[in-house]
Design a binder for this molecule. Structure first.
Ligand code: GLU
Length: 445
């Protein structure tokens, strides 16, 4: 069996971090099994779906490293839905219903008043042919419901949640098609999952009840249902999918300098008992993805945790992996010296001036000025072929009696313009003797 997963967003908005997580898990699961991950654009809502959002979804998935192996748009598949709907109708699995929204609301209120759950009473099933004809003669077009089979409980083994059971008698027959002929999400999704050969549906636990109902649709359409993995939702550190998290997507991560692989490393693991740790590729994450390790509690997403992981992963990146994103002054020798100071790769350009340009060193007092003048002289005298920083600071220690901060900080400031930064012993050879001497002379003056 070839594993086929699908990520099925509606192109009615940008992907947020929760969607990216679902996309990732589908992609990783397919790769883990040498299978395929498809993108299905759930764009049956023609009024709200846009080409711009559809394009943005594909751009964001490509940025994330989870580009799909194929794509379908539901809006191009209405003929298929019509055919399969006809089959269901002919077999009595769907039925027309004529209640208006107001009538349905009223029914629900009456039930609530009696302390009963808001389950549709199937009044439409009891209409005679004449009554139906009379309603249609009045110009009332029906919407369509799927007739649930009440004879046995719906049960499945969920890859995250384990054994699941739903009593169909406690569910309303789901509306699958509106009076204007447009489709609701439920049935097209099942028809597509069958047609696309989907073997695993990975989605949020907000779909658990839908799955129960959809399992009956798979059966009614004569298909074997895929396996399901329903994940606990993603929440912010404050405990819910906040508005902020809901708008946190690929653009925002890019702006924050977050590497897509760092985001993946976090999103593959939060909600599991496995540690969040740096990885060098998505393959590590797919090999270790196991739905049984996901808990039922919401997964907590913390932007600060992501930033810390991002920095850690940047520090581990080999030069070859980042060379095309670095200014030319940051070469193979400079990268490992600079990298430990970065929390995002574009900060590398902050160090170009230190290595190869002009810096602004802070003004110094007379005493430090004299010290730096001595340093300039020593820097010109020492042997630069071995360890010039050790040679320089050892000589200065002897000559001036300075130690600790008084010895090192004026040098760092004069040579880099910063109080903190890369290891000076590694940095000094990169700046080079001529520039070091010139900077110390200038700072001394
Ligand atoms: N378009 C649906 C959603 O975004 C798809 C759910 C599913 O994966 O079946 O909720």
């Amino acid at each position: 069996m070839t594993v086929v997963t699908r990520f099925a967003p509606s192109p009615t908005g940008r992907l947020h971090v929760g969607n990216l997580r679902t996309a990732l898990h589908n992609w990783l699961w397919a790769k883990k099994h040498g299978g395929r991950c498809l993108l299905r654009l759930d764009d049956t809502d023609l009024a709200r779906s846009t080409v711009e959002f559809a394009d943005a979804i594909q751009t964001d998935l490509a940025w994330f490293g989870t580009a799909p192996d194929g794509m379908v748009r539901q809006s191009e598949r209405f003929d298929l839905y019509e055919r399969r709907f006809e089959e269901l109708r002919a077999a009595g699995h769907v039925y027309p219903a004529y209640e208006t929204q107001d009538e349905l609301d009223l029914k629900r209120k009456v039930l609530a008043g009696r302390g009963l759950p808001p389950i549709y009473d199937r009044a439409a099933l009891r209409l005679s042919d004449e009554e139906r004809a009379a309603l249609e003669a009045k110009g009332i077009a029906p919407h369509w419901r799927f007739k649930l089979d009440h004879t046995a409980p719906i049960a499945w083994y969920d890859l995250v949640r384990g054994h699941q059971k739903i009593d169909p008698a406690l569910q309303s027959d789901p509306v699958i098609r509106r009076a204007d002929g447009s489709w609701l999400y439920m049935l097209p999704s099942v028809i597509d999952d069958i047609d696309m050969g989907v073997t695993h549906v990975v989605r949020g636990e907000d779909h658990v009840t839908n799955t129960g109902l959809q399992l009956q649709m798979f059966a009614a359409l004569g298909a074997t249902a895929p396996a399901f993995a329903h994940e606990a939702l993603l929440v912010g550190s404050e405990g819910k999918l906040s508005k902020r998290l809901g708008s946190l997507g690929a653009d925002a991560f890019r702006e924050e300098g977050i590497e897509p692989l760092a985001l993946a490393a976090l999103l593959a693991r939060i909600g599991t008992s496995d540690p969040v740790e740096p990885v060098t590729g998505l393959d590590t994450l797919s090999e270790t993805l196991d739905f049984a390790r996901f808990g039922r509690a919401p997964a907590r997403f913390d932007l600060e945790e992501l930033k810390a992981l991002n920095a850690k992963m940047i520090h581990l990146l080999p030069y070859a992996a980042v060379a095309d994103r670095l200014p030319s002054a940051i070469d193979a020798a400079a990268w490992p010296v600079i990298a430990p100071n970065l929390t995002r790769i574009d900060q590398a350009s902050d160090w170009v001036a230190v290595l190869a340009g002009e810096i602004d060193a802070p003004a110094v007092n007379e005493e430090d000025g004299a010290y730096l003048a001595t340093a300039a002289r020593v820097a010109a005298e020492i042997d630069w072929s071995a360890e010039p920083w050790a040679a320089l600071t050892n000589r200065l220690k002897q000559e001036t009696g300075r130690k600790g901060k008084g010895l090192f900080l004026p040098l760092r400031q004069a040579l880099t313009g910063h109080d903190h930064g890369p290891d000076m012993a590694s940095l000094l050879p990169l700046i080079g003797q001529a520039r070091v001497v010139a900077r110390l002379e200038r700072a001394a003056a």
